[in-house]
Design a protein around this ligand. Structure first.
Ligand SMILES: Cc1ncc(C[n+]2csc(CCOP(=O)(O)OP(=O)(O)O)c2C)c(N)n1
Ligand SMILES: [Mg+2]
Length: 698
């Protein structure tokens, strides 16, 4: 008689385990079959792993998937999402909304699973944070999940050392991340693993689905390295479980992980993709397409499952999860909540911080003492103004921390105030992170920390935002307030040449939905940019800051820098507010535009200068405000920005003029580059006059 059909009370514990494992398998198979797309093979292979982690090991309360001290589960091989949907469904994880309130319904219903990969289903193609409660991070782009998990592990270490007190282990959770061959081939995983090993993150466990299969076939065609040896070299504790169906061995390995101090753990799990499928097991055919009706039947037969049953959750399965993770998680959370209540009596200030952080709020006084820069024609570099601001913010906001990918001295992102400290294995309370030259992992780690409710930043040269871009994109997709501080945002490092001069980066980042990019025009705009981004709760931001000094504008003469909060504002206007031409600029070109404006005025020409540090913020303003800044009847328009001209037509119109970059830059002193590419007052003046002529001849 099949296990599935046996009477529940006659099942042994082992049979019950198997029943649950097979439920995960068959739900996955049926969902993929129904959707006519998806990835059945890996859920079939890894169901025992996921079952063991969730039901036997993880400290996670399905009733409250955002309890701060929960263990984290990251499915880095996101194509196997049915594993997660099954786990969230069978354990009864409850949904919360964007305001972190329980909404009183399950996160993933059986109906969602029936509508796997369909519009509005809470069982989409890949795990999506913010869309499905209980998903800890969005995965699918291979390698991102494991790298993000390193950020989660860093965050746990920092939180534990900052907030735990004797007798009060407020933070002591672990992070489990499952990954496949694809994740481990991606460079980002190597970057992240290297840093995790260096930092000795013993709260972090990666489980590698060693199935020798990827889309094109057996890994012998492209991936023959000694993966275990590689992780040993990174300084990880490496374990092996030779049979992915052996729940006890998996559990033992996870126990070894929990007992291992001073190193992260890497478990190589030998598995068979498509396990149980007579014709597809161990082949790439099991990876990414439905098994087909006939094979589904054969597989179910091999599992001892009713062949024609669909989306079957046999009697007793929900209860079995309830008595496993449900009971353990509820107890753990209850104990923690009691602990936290007495912590609150003894350490009220710390308790308040922890609670603020959970809601992504800022402490009172978070913006006190922000610098105000006096007018100065010589000015100060964007990066220097940023460094001063960061140092104030980090002192005002205890959980604001970050660092650079080895460019701290150049990005000016180092926190230098007394006590800031370096985050290292033996000083996990430090606020200066040293990501090493690993921009891609850095950005994912920033996301991981942000998912853990810290306010983290990462920094590099703007040109290398390309190396971080996939994780920046995910920050936006996840609606995380991750902060990316990029300096050397245009041609300010002239002599370094075109390899170091961003051209297409601004427009490329502007193209990411939801991401806020800000290119401030002077030191006070830098401060205002930070004031704006720190208040974001659900959007990431990129700051593009200058390497070279920019004149600090005289705000008694020009409009206040607080206009940054509108994205664009009228900096200087024609007398009577009736301009013949509008000059729009960002960053280093704002003072250039202001200079051109003065020259035009001397010639009796009425111009308006609009400082436009952020397209995205401007576009969130009312139409009335936008029209007040860019009056539709003023057609003569010039945009000046040391970056690709692409997209500026939306503000200057098709007949407007854009002074920008149409080619790469060159290696030369900045002044010569400014002349060569037209970033000089005379050229702005000439363009403005030509625009006026053109508009009036119509
Ligand atoms: C960055 C990235 N590149 C490519 C893909 C497309 N892709 C999805 S799964 C996959 C193969 C993954 O192989 P493996 O991790 O071994 O997964 P398995 O088939 O064993 O589950 C590829 C290439 C992706 N999702 N992300
Ligand atoms: Mg594989």
């Amino acid at each position: 008689m099949s296990t599935a059909l046996a009477t529940v009370d006659r099942l042994t514990a082992a049979q019950f385990d198997q029943l649950c494992v097979n439920t995960i398998r068959t739900l996955s198979i049926d969902a993929v079959q129904q959707a006519k797309s998806g990835h059945p093979g890996t859920p079939m292979a890894l169901a025992p792993l996921v079952y063991t982690i969730w039901n036997r090991v993880m400290r996670f309360d399905p009733q409250n998937p955002i309890w701060p001290n929960r263990d984290r589960f990251v499915l880095s091989n996101g194509h196997a999402s049915m594993l997660l949907w099954s786990a969230l469904h069978l354990t009864g994880v409850q949904a919360v909304n964007a305001e972190y309130e329980a909404v009183g319904k399950p996160s993933v219903t059986l109906d969602d699973i029936r509508h796997f990969r369909q519009l509005d289903s809470k069982a989409p193609g890949h795990p999506e944070y913010h869309w499905v409660s209980g998903v800890e991070t969005t995965t699918g782009p291979l390698g991102q999940g494991v790298a993000t998990s390193v950020g989660m592990a860093i965050a746990e270490k920092w939180l534990a050392h900052h907030y735990n007190r004797p007798g009060f282990e407020i933070f002591d959770y672990n992070i489990y991340s499952v990954c496949g061959d694809g994740c481990l081939m991606e460079g980002i995983a190597s970057e992240a693993a290297s840093l995790a090993g260096h930092l000795g993150l013993d709260n972090l466990c990666w489980i590698y689905d060693n199935n020798h299969i990827t889309i094109e076939g057996n890994t012998r065609i492209a991936f023959t390295e000694d993966v275990a040896g590689r992780f040993l070299a990174y300084g990880w504790n490496v374990l092996r479980v030779g049979d992915a169906n052996d729940l006890d061995r998996i559990e033992q390995a996870l126990e070894v992980f929990r007992k291992t101090k001073g190193r992260p753990t890497f478990i190589v799990l030998d598995s068979h993709i498509g396990y149980g499928s007579p014709n597809k097991q161990d082949t790439a055919a099991a990876h990414g397409e439905p098994l087909g009706d006939e094979e589904c039947r054969l597989v179910k037969r091999s599992y001892g499952w009713p062949e024609d049953a669909k989306f079957l959750v046999p009697e007793g399965v929900y209860e079995h999860f309830q008595s496993g993770i449900g009971k353990r998680g509820a107890e753990a959370r209850r104990n923690w909540t009691e602990l936290f209540e007495s912590y609150r009596t003894q350490y009220p200030d710390l308790a308040v911080e922890i609670e603020l952080m959970q809601r992504r709020e800022l402490p009172t006084g978070w913006d006190r003492n922000l610098p105000v820069f006096p007018a100065d024609p010589k000015g100060i570099a964007g990066r220097d103004a940023s460094g001063k601001t960061l140092n104030v913010l980090a002192q005002n906001i205890p959980w604001f921390l970050g660092g650079s990918a080895d460019l701290g001295p150049s990005n000016k992102t180092t926190l230098t105030y007394p006590g800031a400290g370096d985050f290292q294995a033996d000083t996990p309370e430090g606020k200066n992170l040293h990501y090493g030259i690993r921009e891609h992992a850095m950005a994912a780690i920033v996301n991981g920390m942000s998912l853990s409710k810290l306010r983290p930043f990462g920094a590099s040269f703007f040109i290398f935002s390309d190396y971080a871009r996939p994780a920046i994109r995910l920050a936006s997709l996840m609606e995380l307030p991750s902060l990316f501080v990029f300096t050397h945002e245009a041609m300010g490092d002239g002599e370094d040449g075109p390899t170091h001069q961003p051209v297409e980066h601004l427009i490329s980042l502007r193209a990411i939905p939801g991401l806020i990019t800000i290119r401030p025009g002077d030191a006070n705009e830098v401060v205002e940019a930070y004031r704006y981004v720190m208040q974001l709760r659900h959007q990431p931001a990129v700051l593009a800051l200058s390497r070279q000094p920019l004149p600090t504008l005289d705000r008694s003469k020009y409009a206040p820098a607080s206009g940054v909060a509108q994205g664009a504002y009228v900096l200087a206007d024609a007398a009577g507010g009736n301009p013949e031409v509008i000059i729009i600029a960002s960053g280093s070109e704002v003072s250039l535009a202001a200079e051109a404006h003065e020259n035009l005025r001397a010639e009796g020409i009425r111009s308006r200068v609009v400082s436009m540090p952020s397209w995205e913020i401007f576009e969130q303003q009312t139409q009335a405000y936008q029209d007040s800044v860019l009056p539709p009847n003023v057609k003569a328009r010039v945009a000046v920005e040391q970056a690709s001209t692409l997209g500026w037509e939306r503000y200057v119109g098709r007949s407007g003029h854009v002074i920008g970059m149409k080619t790469f830059g060159a290696s030369a002193p900045l002044k010569e580059l400014q002349r060569k590419y037209g970033f000089e007052p005379d050229q702005v003046v000439a363009a403005a006059k030509q625009q006026i002529g053109r508009a009036s001849s119509k």
